[in-house]
Design a binder for this molecule. Structure first.
Ligand code: TRP
Ligand code: ZN
Length: 869
C-alpha cells in the first residue's frame, strides 16, 4: 500500500478547474452507469497534463469535446490526460463509469442504505463515483439527472432545484436537478428511494419562502417532528444572531440508517445518520433530543460557514468545522442552558481532546501532514477548533466578533478560503492584534498554566504569577508561547466576589497571557482571597494551581461562575480518587473527606436554586474522565475506587436522595428545559440509590412506571451498573419490546457492553450474532464494540489481554469492509503510552498483528505507524 503523506506547505493552485458538470445517473444496485460531462478550463497556460482523481469503479469510456480520446494513463488512484495537443482554454470531457452500490460497504461514494441509494462525498468520496478534480478549491455548477425504477425509487433527489422530470419505459422515471451555487465536489449529493415525507416551510427575514422537506424511513413519520422544529429554530437563530439567511428555495434532509458519521451538509440536501433525526418520547432520551437539535443546527449553519465560504484545501478543515461547532454551541446556549452546554463541552474536550493531544495522533487544529484525510475529522479539529474561535470571541467581544464575521463572509463568499483569511478578517475588523494568537493554528498540544500567588497584607496587594508552557507532543517537540485569555475572579473568605482593580482603578477580568511568565497585581484587597481561575473555561488549557480543599469548598459553595463551581467539585472528587488510590495500594481503609460530603448534601438539599447545576455537580465523573488526570492509568484501580466513592456518597446522602427522588414528580413527558433538568437530577439520585438497600425495588419500579425513554434507560443503566437482581429481567423485557428497532437496540447493546460482570466480553462476542446486530451498520458496531472498548475500561484493559485481542479481531474484519469506521474503533488501542509495561506489550502485540495485514487501509496504517513509532 503506497501510503503517501501530503503536507500543508505543498499546496499549489490547480492548473485546471471545472466550471460546469452534468451528471447522469442510471441507478441500479448492481450496475449503475454514471456519465459525467464536465467543462474544464485551463488556469495555468503552461500546463499540458490533467490529473483526475478516481478509484473503486469500472472505467468505461472517455471522450474529449465529443471525440474518443486515448492519450491518457491510468493508475490505481488517478487518470492522467496528456493535453499537449489540445488547443483552447476550455474543453469538455465525458467520462463513463460503472458502480456497484450494493457492494459498497465503505459508505463513501454512492452506496445502498437499506433499500435506497445515497452518497457521501466528503472528504474524498466523489472520486469513487467518477474521475474528477476532487479537491475543495475547484468549484463548479452541477446539473444532475437521475433515472431509476419508479416503484422502488419514487423519490430521486440531488442538490439545488428540481428543474425537470419525466417517465421512461420499463417502469422507470427520471428527475433533473440544478444547483445555482458553484460548489466543490465534496458537497455533491444524490439520494434515491421510497420514504415518508414531512413538509413544512420557512419565511426568511427578507420574506422569501423556503420549502422544507424531511425524508425518513417508511413508518417513521411519528419521529420526525422534532427535527423539523429544530431546523426552523436554527434558521431563525442564524438570522437573529449572525444575520445570515438561507439562499435556496428548498432545503431537504434525508435520514439514512447506514452512515459513517453524524450528518453531512451537502448543499440543499443534507444527509443524516437517522440517529440524529428520529426522536419521539418512547424511543429517544432527553440527550438524544438535544443531540438531534444540535446536529440539525450544525449542518444548517454550514450553509454559510462551509458551503458559501468553503475550504481551500483539507488542511483548512477547522475553518468550517471549528467555526460551525462554535456556532452550534452558541445556538444551544442561547436557546437552552449556557452553563450546562459549557460544562458538557468542557467534559468532552478534557477527556477526548486532551487524550488526543497526549497520544500518537496529536496534531494542531490545522494539521501539517495527512495520509488519510478521514483521520482528521477529530475532536482537535472540531472541538479544540471551536475553542479557538471561542477565545477569539472572548478577546474581541460579541460586537467586534460579528463585525469580523461580516468582513470574512463579504470577502470570501463563493470562494475557497483559508484559516488565515478568517483570522485576518477578524483582525482587520476589530483592530485587535492577533499575531501571537495565530499560533493556536499551528501548535499542537495542551498548554499548561502554572499559577501561584502571594498576598501583601500590609499593602493590601494580591499578586498572581502565571507561567505558561506546552509539553512536547508526538508530532512536534518544540513549543512556543501562545495568546491565552485567562478569565478570573477573586473571592473573600465569606465567599463575596471582589471588584478587580490595579493601582489605576478597575481592570478587566480577562488577563492576556502572552509570555512565559507574567505577574498581575490587584489592589485594595483587604484579606487573602481565593482565586477562581479559568472562569467559563476561557481557554483549552490545563490549570495548575495548588488549591487547598478549603478553597475548593469555598468556590463550590459561593462562586458566581457556574463552571467554576462545577470544576471545584470535579477537583475535589479527583483529590478523593487520587488519595484513595494510594490508600488502596498501601492496603489502607478507603475514606472520604466529611466536609465534601456535607457540602454535597447542602447543595443537593438546595437543588431548587439551580436544578441543572445540582445534577451536574452531583454526577460522579466517569472512569474515563477520572483517567485523564493520570500520566499512567490504572483502569482497575480507578474502577474500584470510583465504586467506593459512589457507595460512600450514596450511604451518606441516602435519606436526602430518597426524599428528592420522591418529591420530583413529572407525570407528563415534555421536552422542556425545566423538565429535562428535573429528570436528570432525579435519575442522578436513582443512580446513587441503586447501590443502597432500596436499589432493587426502586429501580424496578422506576422502569415499570417510566413513560419515556429517558427514565427507562436510567433504570436500565442503574440496574446494569449496580448488577441488581432485577437487571436481567429488565434487559430481556426491553429486548423483546425493541428487537425490531436498531436505533433503540443500540442503547441496549451499549449497556450490555458496559456490564461490570467478569464475563462481559463473552457476552459481547455472543451478541455479535444477535438478530438485531448488523456488522456492516456503523451505529450497531459502535454501540456494541465501541462501547466496550471506550466505556468499559476495566474489561477492555483486562490484564490477560483478552479485550485487546477481541478488538483486533473485529478490526481485521472492519479494515476490509469499512476502513473509516475501523480507524475510529482503533482509537483506544493506540493510546498505549498511557498504560503500564505489561499492558503496553499486549497492546503493541495487537497493533503489530494489524500492521502485517496485506490489505491494511491507509486509515489504519496512518494511526498504527504513529502508535508503534
Ligand atoms: N462535514 C460533516 C459535518 O461536520 C462531517 C463529515 C465529514 C462526514 N466526513 C464525513 C459525515 C463522512 C459522514 C461521512 O457535519
Ligand atoms: Zn461540520
Amino acid at each position: 500500500m503506497p501510503a503517501k503523506a501530503k503536507y500543508r506547505k505543498d499546496y499549489k493552485k490547480p492548473d485546471y478547474t471545472a466550471t460546469d458538470i452534468f451528471l447522469d445517473f442510471q441507478l441500479d444496485p448492481q450496475d449503475t452507469l454514471v456519465t459525467a460531462t464536465t467543462t474544464f478550463q485551463r488556469l495555468n497556460q503552461a500546463a499540458s497534463e490533467l490529473r483526475l482523481d478516481g478509484h473503486s469503479f469500472q472505467f468505461v469510456s472517455l471522450k474529449l469535446n465529443g471525440e474518443d480520446f486515448s492519450r491518457y494513463q491510468q493508475d490505481s488512484e488517478s487518470l492522467v490526460l496528456d493535453l499537449s495537443n489540445v488547443a483552447g482554454e476550455r474543453f469538455e470531457l465525458t467520462v463513463q463509469t460503472r458502480l456497484k452500490p450494493a457492494e459498497n460497504t465503505s459508505l463513501q461514494g454512492l452506496y445502498q442504505s437499506g433499500d435506497g441509494f445515497c452518497t457521501q462525498c466528503e472528504a474524498e468520496g466523489f472520486r469513487q463515483i467518477t474521475y474528477m478534480l476532487d479537491r475543495p478549491d475547484v468549484l463548479a455548477r452541477y446539473t444532475t439527472k437521475i433515472s431509476a425504477d419508479k416503484t422502488r425509487y419514487p423519490y430521486l433527489l440531488s442538490n439545488g432545484n428540481r428543474i425537470a422530470a419525466g417517465e421512461l419505459e420499463n417502469g422507470k422515471h427520471w428527475v433533473e436537478w440544478q444547483d445555482p451555487f458553484p460548489k466543490p465536489s465534496y458537497l455533491f449529493a444524490l439520494v434515491a428511494g421510497d420514504f415518508d415525507l414531512l413538509q413544512d416551510r420557512f419565511i426568511t427575514k427578507s420574506g422569501r419562502e423556503v420549502a422544507l422537506e424531511l425524508y425518513v424511513d417508511k413508518g417513521s413519520l411519528d419521529r420526525a417532528d422534532f427535527a423539523m422544529q429544530s431546523l426552523k429554530k436554527s434558521m431563525q437563530w442564524d438570522e437573529a444572531r449572525f444575520d445570515l439567511e438561507y439562499d435556496l428555495d428548498i432545503y431537504m434532509i434525508v435520514a439514512v440508517d447506514f452512515f459513517n458519521m453524524g450528518a453531512m451538509e451537502n448543499k440543499g440536501l443534507n444527509v443524516f445518520n437517522s440517529k440524529f433525526v428520529l426522536a419521539n418520547p418512547a424511543t429517544a432520551t432527553d440527550d438524544d433530543y438535544l443531540d438531534v437539535e444540535r446536529v440539525i443546527a450544525h449542518e444548517y449553519f454550514h450553509n454559510w460557514t462551509g458551503n458559501r465560504v468553503t475550504c481551500r484545501d483539507w488542511f483548512q478543515l477547522s475553518l468550517k468545522e471549528g467555526l460551525t461547532v462554535f456556532r452550534d454551541q452558541e445556538f444551544s446556549s442561547d436557546t437552552g442552558s449556557r452553563s450546562v452546554n459549557r460544562i458538557n463541552n468542557v467534559k468532552l474536550l478534557r477527556t477526548v481532546q486532551f487524550a488526543e493531544d497526549a497520544g500518537p495522533m496529536a496534531h494542531p487544529i490545522r494539521p501539517e501532514k495527512v495520509i488519510e484525510m478521514n483521520n482528521f475529522y477529530t475532536v482537535t479539529v472540531y472541538e479544540k477548533g471551536a475553542e479557538v474561535i471561542r477565545m477569539l470571541h472572548t478577546l474581541l467581544g460579541e460586537v467586534r466578533f460579528q463585525q469580523g464575521m461580516k468582513l470574512y463572509i463579504a470577502e470570501n463568499d463563493g470562494k475557497a478560503a483559508t484559516c488565515e483569511d478568517f483570522v485576518s478578517a477578524m483582525e482587520r475588523a476589530s483592530g485587535v492584534d492577533l499575531t501571537i494568537f495565530r499560533r493556536w493554528y499551528s501548535q499542537s498540544g495542551t498548554p499548561e498554566l502554572t499559577v501561584s500567588d502571594e498576598y501583601d497584607e500590609r499593602m493590601h496587594i494580591y499578586r498572581l504569577s502565571v507561567a505558561q508552557s506546552t509539553p512536547p507532543t508526538h508530532d512536534q517537540l518544540d513549543k512556543i508561547n501562545l495568546h491565552i485569555p485567562l478569565k478570573m475572579e477573586l473571592y473573600d473568605a465569606q465567599g463575596h466576589k471582589l471588584a478587580l482593580q490595579d493601582e489605576n482603578g478597575p481592570v478587566s477580568n480577562v488577563l492576556d497571557i502572552l509570555h512565559n511568565q507574567q505577574v498581575f497585581e490587584f489592589h485594595q484587597v483587604y484579606s487573602r482571597p481565593t482565586p477562581a481561575l479559568l472562569c467559563d473555561f476561557s481557554a483549552p488549557v490545563k490549570l495548575d494551581y495548588d488549591y487547598s480543599d478549603a478553597q475548593l469548598l469555598l468556590l463550590l459553595k459561593h462562586a458566581q461562575n457556574d463552571f467554576i463551581r462545577w470544576d471545584a467539585a470535579q477537583m475535589l472528587l479527583a483529590n478523593e480518587l487520587r488519595q484513595n488510590l494510594h490508600r488502596r495500594q498501601n492496603g489502607d481503609a478507603l475514606q472520604m473527606n466529611p466536609m465534601l460530603l456535607d457540602t454535597l448534601r447542602a447543595i443537593l438539599d438546595n437543588y431548587q436554586q439551580d436544578v441543572e447545576l445540582t445534577a451536574l455537580i452531583l454526577t460522579l465523573p466517569k472512569e474515563t474522565e477520572f483517567a485523564e488526570q493520570f500520566k499512567v492509568i490504572d483502569p482497575s484501580g480507578i474502577h474500584a475506587v470510583r465504586r467506593f466513592l459512589q457507595q460512600n456518597i450514596a450511604e451518606h446522602l441516602k435519606d436526602l436522595l430518597l426524599k428528592i427522588y420522591h418529591r420530583i414528580d413529572l407525570p407528563n413527558y415534555r421536552i422542556a428545559r425545566e423538565d429535562i433538568a428535573l429528570r436528570s437530577l432525579r435519575n442522578c439520585c436513582l443512580s446513587y440509590l441503586a447501590v443502597t438497600e432500596f436499589g432493587n425495588a426502586l429501580v424496578n419500579t422506576h422502569y415499570l412506571h417510566a413513560n419515556n425513554m429517558t427514565d427507562t434507560l436510567a433504570a436500565l443503566a442503574a440496574a446494569t451498573s449496580a448488577a441488581l437482581p432485577c437487571r436481567d429481567g429488565l434487559l430481556t423485557d426491553f429486548e423483546q419490546k425493541w428487537a425490531h428497532d436498531g436505533l433503540v437496540m443500540d442503547k441496549w447493546f451499549a449497556l450490555q457492553a458496559t456490564r461490570p460482570d467478569e464475563d462481559v466480553l463473552q457476552n459481547v462476542k455472543q451478541l455479535m450474532d444477535h438478530p438485531s446486530f448488523k456488522f456492516n451498520n456503523p451505529n450497531r458496531l459502535r454501540a456494541l464494540v465501541g462501547s466496550f472498548a471506550n466505556h468499559n475500561p476495566n474489561a477492555f484493559h483486562a490484564i490477560d489481554g483478552s479485550g485487546y485481542r477481541f478488538l483486533v479481531e473485529v478490526l481485521i474484519k472492519v479494515n476490509n469492509s469499512n476502513p473509516q469506521i475501523a480507524s475510529r474503533l482503533i482509537e483506544p488501542l493506540i493510546r498505549l503510552a498511557r498504560y503500564d509495561a505489561q499492558r503496553q506489550t499486549l497492546m503493541k502485540r495487537g497493533l503489530e498483528r494489524l500492521a502485517k495485514l496485506e490489505n491494511l487501509s491507509k486509515d489504519l496504517f496512518e494511526k498504527i505507524e504513529k502508535a508503534l513509532d
